[in-house]
Write a protein that binds this ligand. Structure first.
Ligand code: FAD
Length: 416
């Protein structure tokens, strides 16, 4: 069987069940992935490019390489040399459209490769509770983790594909040379290898996991939270493998509330995936899954000030500067800037979600849109009218102003 494997949100060789299936099935195999999109911010591109480069290097070890295609190339690709295409399932609108188009041209085998659960413990997805806690309590009790799956040692030989653009990982990944900001809370590289290293450091070497619940609302530095979301977003790491590592740590080293809390947060990620299954396109609609009519002020100038850190709210501005200059923002920061955009500036929440989509190195379609709806009050928040008072939040979480001074908007003197 001649197989083409299309990496989409699974940029890894380890614990990748679909890839292992494809390798077992194939007599010859070829690999491809899409290049980054032009509208993405440079930090998102950099992390993505580094992850592709790492994937290519890891494939090289098995005598293979990664073909790099633009989205137009994927549409033009000829499948006459292949019997079958394997690609992970991503059911969000754009990704699903591409998948359906491919299915018209070639036999496709596709399955979810980014979740903790294969199925829900409800008779229908419509029974998924709208409150996270109810979902978590139900699923975590009966959750059984399957063992990790590794690729076979012997790989089938490669098959050439006609790559219309002739792009190469070594030559055409442009953003890799970009130097991280010296204050960046995310100075890590993209890719499977760096992701595995981060888990080892955070869990086993430095044992930061032992204090995770206490530090996770932090704003400054590498270690207040796991920083695993960018690796999860591109599938450099699997959620199941991280969950296994937490349990391994709990079994062999120590178990406490903090170690448990990493699993708790992974359930949030999981939850938003199933929220999408239930509500589909409503996750992207202005009135949200709750269907609450929105009457924002569509003021482009104020939106520009929010993006550029020019609102004169020093806590919001510092967070927005951090995002623009690094592609990263803490969870506490995201909650505050999102609430400020919607509740203080009365701007459309979906403008903020779209901006995050382009900028965040950990952009994940379900987590981003699900969280934005939550903060905007049109999603899964059971509490009506939740409001983040950004001044109070700054006083609690940035008591000494360290974060604000690190990312302050430079003052322009009247002479300038
Ligand atoms: P940790 O605190 O170490 O948590 C461990 C893992 O749990 C994370 O890597 C992530 O996979 C998951 N997780 C934690 N909190 C959440 C949450 N609230 N929702 C879903 N999963 C969670 N997360 C993304 O991965 N991609 C996004 O595009 C994204 N957009 C967001 C937009 C807004 C407005 C808000 C409020 C939150 C958003 N989040 C998003 C969730 C959260 O902010 C990040 O997952 C988290 O800050 C990543 O840092 P970490 O890996 O150190 O997380």
């Amino acid at each position: 069987m001649k197989v083409l494997y299309y990496f989409r949100n699974d940029f890894r060789l380890h614990d990748n069940p679909l890839l292992t299936k494809a390798l077992i099935k194939a007599s010859k195999i070829s690999f491809m992935a899409q290049k980054s999109h032009d509208h993405w911010g440079k930090w998102r591109k950099k992390f993505y490019d580094e992850s592709l480069l790492c994937l290519n290097q890891n494939l090289n070890r098995f005598g293979h390489h990664l073909n790099l295609l633009s989205s137009e190339d994927v549409q033009k690709l000829k499948f006459d040399t292949f019997d079958i295409l394997y690609t992970p399932k991503i059911n969000a609108i754009h990704e699903d459209r591409e998948y359906r188009e491919l299915k018209n041209r070639v036999t496709v085998i596709s399955e979810y490769n980014d979740r903790l659960l294969e199925t829900l413990p409800y008779s229908s997805v419509q029974d998924l509770p709208d409150v996270f806690t109810e979902f978590r309590k139900k699923v975590e009790k009966s959750f059984l983790l399957s063992p990790a799956i590794q690729p076979p040692k012997n790989w089938p030989p490669s098959l050439k594909i006609s790559n219309p653009s002739g792009l190469h990982c070594e030559n055409d990944l442009n953003q890799i040379e970009l130097i991280p900001h010296p204050n960046s809370a995310f100075p890590f590289k993209g890719g499977e290898t760096a992701g595995i290293e981060r888990v080892d450091d955070y869990f086993f070497k430095n044992k930061n996991i032992l204090t995770y619940k206490k530090t996770r609302n932090g704003l400054v530095g590498r270690d207040y939270s796991t920083k695993l979301s960018p690796y999860l977003a591109l599938g450099c790491l699997s959620a199941k493998d991280i969950y296994r590592k937490v349990e391994d740590f709990e079994k062999n080293i120590h178990k406490n509330q903090d170690t448990y809390w990493v699993k708790f947060e992974l359930w949030w990620r999981e939850y938003f995936r199933w929220v999408y299954e239930k509500y589909q396109i409503k996750l992207f609609m202005k009135n949200g899954i709750k269907g609450i009519p929105q009457f924002p002020n569509k003021d482009e100038d104020t939106f520009f000030q929010w993006k550029e850190g020019l609102t004169h709210n020093s806590f919001v501005d510092a967070n927005m500067n951090e995002l623009r200059l690094t592609g990263w923002m803490s969870n506490r920061g995201r909650q505050n800037v999102a609430s400020f955009l919607v509740k203080d500036l009365n701007l459309p929440w979906w403008w903020g979600a779209e901006y995050f989509e382009d900028q965040l190195i950990d952009y994940d379609v379900f987590s981003n849109w699900g969280n934005w709806q939550y903060v905007a009050g049109v999603g899964n928040d059971p509490r009506p009218n939740r409001y983040f008072n950004t001044h109070k939040q700054a006083a609690v979480y940035d008591e000494n102003g360290t974060f604000r001074s690190l990312w302050a908007t430079p003052k322009v003197s009247p002479i300038d």
